[in-house]
Design a protein around this ligand. Structure first.
Ligand code: HEC
Length: 128
């Protein structure tokens, strides 16, 4: 075996240890943590307008131009008691993740988690 080949063999156990270390480091991340909104409303505004406004309306009151096509209609996202965590989960995983209908699509394949935080921050900024 040449020098290159033996070096690779030597590295394999270390590789495995690195993999295990990375997996162990991920455990606290996977564990349930309290939700904290960490978004930038200004960054979320154009995302909201592109992905949500047609159904939920410019001011998120459930009155977008497509709203009439849905029964039940798109939610008023500014309604009292609608918290940031529920906004986040419904947006990422779709209506069924919060006991509503699949007419509310999941955005996890369209928007990354940071973008969803930004969209939720924008919706929250409309409350004021
Ligand atoms: C194709 C239309 C459509 C689009 C686009 C859409 N929604 Fe919805 N959304 C709905 C409908 C319809 C419901 C209500 C479903 C029900 O009543 O069962 C809903 C419900 C929700 C809810 C649940 C609120 C509650 O009442 O608890 C949230 C949160 C939400 N949408 C956020 C968003 C966000 C944020 C976006 C953009 C990233 C978005 N939606 C894009 C149609 C849409």
């Amino acid at each position: 075996m040449n020098e290159h080949g033996s070096t690779n063999l030597m590295q394999r156990p270390r590789h495995l240890l690195t993999t295990i270390a990375v997996l162990v480091a991920c455990v606290p991340v996977l564990a349930e943590e309290p939700f904290t909104l960490n978004g930038d409303a200004q960054a979320g505004k154009p995302l909201y307008q592109t992905h949500c406004a047609d159904c939920h309306g410019e001011r998120a009151q459930g009155d977008g131009s497509w709203a009439g096509a849905y029964q039940p209609p798109p939610s008023d996202l500014t309604r009292e008691g609608l918290g940031a965590e529920r906004l986040f989960i419904a947006t990422r995983d779709g209506g069924m993740a919060v006991g509503m209908r699949a007419t509310m699509p999941a955005f996890r394949h369209t928007l990354d988690e940071q973008s969803i935080h930004d969209v939720v921050a924008y919706i929250k900024s409309l409350d004021q």
